[in-house]
Ligand binder design. Structure first.
Ligand code: SF4
Length: 280
């Protein structure tokens, strides 16, 4: 089977789509008095209210530290970021967005790319998201990119634990079900899972359980009695989750699921989970 040619064509396609998006972003951010690097830094920091070190910014953006330093200085002059000593290490500096940056209207999503994606069906979009997550996870495992805040690497992720096809996964942070279309690529509430837990979750994510295993709902807290804290579907005897023990019954939205009164406007929030805001 010829796979090299296919991979070449995929690389070519991804490159063309990325180039079109980057060109549009350049045009859009120029109208806001920014360049692409400054816009990328701002978006990265808006999703991280606690701020980031310059070195971490450079790693996330895949550029050299002096490049980030130059952009940070320019953003500081515009009053959009501030630099503070890192409480964890007085020699290091943390860069954070200012209240002025948070008050600015959210950057527009590139309309050409959005229009092209809108031409895909819902199922195609969800499938594409799952494929992108797989690619990003592979890059992370190969240490080609810094750790990303993906659902599939999060300790709160419980893949394929609900019988509903539209929302088979569970987020233990907000204690609510969600579907592939809501899988996060950069979640403010993400906490890195341990390697064994991540591997088990990945297997469960890629191989959905047959409908429907007896007692699926008792796994929802990821708590298994008498099995040394094994994760869901690991075969131990599970303890029912408080308030979550009736098969087929859905919980009401968790208290920290967004009520619409959020301060962080980076995410186009539609009752989705989002990062908490923190003053500069
Ligand atoms: S939504 Fe956030 S907190 Fe919940 S599983 Fe995904 S990354 Fe983790």
């Amino acid at each position: 089977m010829e796979t090299t040619g296919l991979r070449d064509r995929l690389m070519d396609g991804l490159d063309r789509f990325g180039a079109a998006m980057r060109a549009e972003v350049r045009r859009t951010v120029a109208s806001r008095g920014l360049n692409s690097a400054q816009d990328a830094i701002l978006r990265m920091l808006l999703a991280r209210p606690a701020g980031l070190r310059v070195q971490a910014l450079a790693e996330h953006l895949g550029v050299r530290q002096p490049t980030v330093t130059g952009s940070v200085i320019a953003l500081e002059r515009k009053g959009l970021v501030c630099r503070r000593a890192d409480p964890a290490d007085a020699r290091a500096t943390i860069v954070k967005v200012t209240p002025e940056a948070r008050a600015q209207p959210a950057a527009a999503v590139p309309s050409l790319a959005a229009a092209a994606l809108a031409d895909l069906s819902e199922a195609e979009q969800a499938s594409l998201l799952k494929t992108l997550i797989k690619l990003i996870r592979t890059l992370q495992l190969r240490h080609a990119i810094p750790p990303q805040r993906l659902c599939v690497t999060c300790k709160y992720f419980r893949p394929n634990v609900h019988p509903e096809a539209a929302e088979p996964h569970h987020c233990a942070f907000v204690d609510a079900p969600f579907g592939n279309r809501a899988l996060r690529l950069d979640c403010g509430e993400h906490e890195q899972a341990g390697a064994p837990e991540m591997a088990r979750n990945w297997n469960a994510f890629m191989t959905p359980a047959p409908p429907w295993r007896s007692g699926h709902d008792i796994f929802l807290a990821g708590r298994v009695v008498g099995s040394g804290g094994q994760m869901p579907f690991s075969g131990g005897r599970a303890e029912p989750v408080r308030g979550h023990s009736t098969r087929g019954r859905r919980r009401s939205p968790a208290p920290n699921r967004c009520s619409g009164s959020h301060a962080n406007r980076l995410f186009a929030c539609k009752g989705d989970i989002h990062a908490k805001s923190e003053p500069c």
